[in-house]
Structure formats: structure tokens, C-alpha cells
Design a protein around this ligand. Structure first.
Ligand SMILES: [Zn+2]
Length: 240
């Protein structure tokens, strides 16, 4: 019953090695550690080179204060354990600490262009910036990827699916109060569904989310594991 945790931040965990071992024992046999800047991207690759269950993504996230070093990122993307560009995207949260959306959009665009150049998918963060993210992705035919921590409505789900993107569901879907999101997960095409933890409690908790998604879709946990693994290995071609 092997699952792939398609999005987590290992450096945020108290004991990443123990969390990975616990996840593997629980059936989450592979996971993709994100980077949010050059340092955490290098950190994610370090984990991936030490731990066989871990793969890495390298990216410059919306919440940065400096511009990305594109040459350094280009080099990281050539490493064999790097399976995606991420985490990247836009965050329009009304927080004065966040950079202006125009600046974020410049970074996001250059990260998407690097992904196209490297032939890698993007792991996309979107908050209060759906239209801008949608337009940036639509402007780049051939770009593939996943809308991570999907929490938008069915209309947005359909627009991103129409671009060929996957939807990744996290712990939010386990909450009974999130009826609309649960419906999105139930209706998500079988070949576009992914799962993730985005950390907080460690990758082993992916199984809790998987159990709820399996129930919503009227499928067994085993069948969901097979489907999710197939989707993850299809999208992230460097996963072995
Ligand atoms: Zn994340």
C-alpha cells in the first residue's frame, strides 16, 4: 500500500530522519521535499542524497526578500534526485511582510521558465492570486505540474485541470466542515489526483488524508495507493 507524499518541508520537522523512517513504516514510501529558497533547496537535495525514500524539489517561493539566483537553481535542477521545481507560486495574503505581487510574479515566471527548460513539473502555491497564477501557467504551453494544498472551489479546479495540472489534497480535506473541498476531491479525475502533507506533523500522517479521500471516492485504500503512486510517478518522471 505505498503512497507518495508529493509535498513536504523536511527542515521544518524536529527530527526529519525519524519522521521519514516512521512514514516509510506507515506506507508512505516516497516523498518529495520542497525548497523555498536556495538554502532550503540545497537542504532538500541533501536529505534526498542521504535518504532513499526522499526526493527533492528546488524553488524560490513567493515569500522571499531577495531575487533568485537563476544560474544556481539551473545547476540544482540538473541533479538526479531533483524531480520538480518547487515550491513556487504567488501569495496575495494581505501581510506587509510579503513582497508585492508584481515582484512575486517575476520570480514565479522565471521559475516556470526554468522548469520548462529542464523538462520538470512545477509544484504551485496559490493564495489570493488565482487569476494571476492561472494566466502565468496558461501562458506556458507544455508546462506540467501540481496545484499543491488544493483548497479552491470546483470552478478553479476545472480551470487548472483544463491546463493539464494535477490537484494535490492535504489534511484540510479530512475536516468534515470542508464539504465543498471534499466534493472537489471526490470529483477529481482519477489520473490527476495527488496527496501531500505539506509537513506540520510529518509524512506518516498522509495515510489519514488518504483514508478520507478513499472513503469520499468510494474506493479502497489499496486502490487509492495504486492510483496515487501511478499519478505521482507519471508526473514526477525522475521518481524511481
Ligand atoms: Zn509547502
Amino acid at each position: 500500500m505505498p503512497f507518495v507524499d508529493t509535498h513536504l518541508h523536511l527542515e521544518e520537522l524536529d527530527d526529519p530522519e525519524a519522521a521519514v523512517a516512521e512514514a516509510v513504516a506507515a506506507g508512505v514510501t516516497r516523498m518529495i521535499a520542497m525548497g523555498t529558497d536556495l538554502a532550503t533547496s540545497r537542504g532538500a537535495i541533501g536529505f534526498a542524497e542521504r535518504l532513499p525514500a526522499v526526493y527533492a524539489a528546488a524553488g524560490h517561493h513567493a515569500l522571499n526578500s531577495t531575487d533568485p539566483d537563476l544560474a544556481a537553481f539551473r545547476e540544482l535542477l540538473s541533479r538526479p534526485r531533483v524531480v520538480a521545481v518547487g515550491e513556487v507560486g504567488l501569495d496575495g495574503s494581505p501581510d506587509p511582510e510579503y513582497p508585492q505581487l508584481e515582484r512575486q510574479l517575476g520570480w514565479f515566471g522565471s521559475m516556470c521558465d526554468l522548469a520548462l527548460e529542464a523538462g520538470l513539473p512545477v509544484c504551485v502555491h496559490v493564495r489570493q492570486s488565482e487569476e494571476l497564477v492561472y494566466r502565468a501557467l496558461k501562458a506556458r504551453p507544455g508546462l506540467t505540474g501540481v496545484m499543491h494544498y488544493f483548497a479552491l472551489d470546483q470552478g478553479w479546479a476545472e480551470r487548472f485541470l483544463a491546463l493539464g495540472f494535477h490537484l494535490s489534497f492535504a489534511g484540510l480535506v479530512t475536516r468534515a466542515t470542508r464539504g465543498e473541498l471534499r466534493e472537489v476531491a471526490r470529483r477529481c479525475p482519477a489520473d490527476r489526483l495527488l496527496l501531500e502533507t505539506d509537513s506540520p506533523f510529518g509524512p506518516a500522517f498522509l495515510v489519514d488524508t488518504a483514508r478520507v479521500v478513499a472513503e469520499l471516492r468510494g474506493t479502497s485504500l489499496e486502490q487509492l495507493a495504486e492510483l496515487e503512486t501511478r499519478n505521482a510517478t507519471a508526473l514526477f518522471a525522475r521518481l524511481r
